[in-house]
Design a protein around this ligand. Structure first.
Ligand SMILES: [Zn+2]
Length: 293
């Protein structure tokens, strides 16, 4: 299996280079989440796990695996230092990144959540790249035995809620956050302990490589996919004439009202909703009803 995957990765990588990407540029920039001191620097903590160390461990192994297969990478940080979310995106830009992947592990207040999930931007082709790449990664992580909670989007008062996504997209780089599993959940932790961080890094690598070999991935790398700098609310029609009645029919009145309230800050929630695929809206509502959002 390992041999097959390695062969496949090399094949994909050769395809990437044949499309004229400079050997100096990092096709994929990997961001080990958190770093440095303080609550935000350390990230989630659940003995013996500390998120900032786990993210560095997985990110390093992921870069090694991608590099070995010929896919050029760079990391936003290689030491235990604090780095702002804007600087992470700026470093990705300076490396010529086509894709920014931020590595994280999750925890929840009540310690009752589990599973693997990916967050990405709501904006146009940034969503297309994020959801397609995210789903490839999630298919591989969930194969380790974790619940696949899907690719998610979250809006805030400034557009995309999560800063690294907002800044990445503003630099014209599709950005995803991979929340590998919940380190404060006994079941998820048993998977992490039994499979090891290398298995998570391998799942990420196969997912990223598979995505880069897809039609969307190739269009992203060769520059034919429009991922110009965007904000999640840019480009939304100003008029409120978006026909959403057919979409609305898929939801209960309560769920539809929640979707409208979720994007109310944009001033045109229906227009935003009409840009998000039905399946993603349904999983958003489903997660909301389970108390996860
Ligand atoms: Zn985190």
């Amino acid at each position: 299996m390992m041999k097959f995957v390695k062969t496949f990765l090399v094949t994909v990588a050769l395809g990437v280079f044949s499309m004229g990407v400079s050997a100096q540029a990092a096709t994929v920039v990997i961001d080990p989440g958190h770093g440095g001191a303080g609550l935000e620097g350390v990230g989630a903590v659940y003995a013996p796990y500390v998120e900032k160390a786990l993210t560095m461990d997985v990110a390093t192994k992921l870069c090694d695996e991608l590099n070995a297969s010929g896919i050029s990478t760079s990391m936003t940080r290689t030491t235990d230092t604090a780095l702002s979310l804007a600087d992470r995106a700026a470093r990705a830009k300076s490396e010529g990144a086509k894709l920014l992947v931020s590595i994280h592990f999750n925890a929840s207040g009540p310690h009752d959540k589990s599973g693997t999930e990916v967050w990405t931007s709501m904006a146009g082709n940034h969503y297309k790249v994020g959801s397609e790449c995210g789903n490839q990664i999630l298919a591989n992580i969930s194969a380790l035995g974790l619940s696949n909670k899907g690719v998610k989007v979250r809006g805030g008062s400034r557009g995309d809620y999560y800063g690294v996504i907002r800044y990445g997209v503003a630099q014209g780089i599709p950005t995803i956050i991979v929340e590998h599993c919940f380190i404060d959940n006994a079941y998820d932790r048993s998977i992490l302990e039994s499979k090891g961080t290398a298995a998570f890094a391998h799942a990420d690598a196969v997912g990223i490589s598979t995505f880069l070999g897809s039609a969307t991935g190739q269009a992203l790398v060769n520059g034919t996919l429009d991922v110009s700098p965007a904000t999640a609310v840019a480009g939304v029609p100003a008029a409120t004439s978006v026909a959403s009645s057919s979409l609305k029919a898929n939801f209960s009145a309560t769920d539809w009202q929640w979707l409208l309230s979720h994007w109310a800050y944009t001033g045109n929630a229906e227009a935003i909703i009409s840009q998000v695929p039905l399946g993603d809206l349904q999983s958003l509502v489903s997660e909301h009803n389970k108390g996860n959002i």
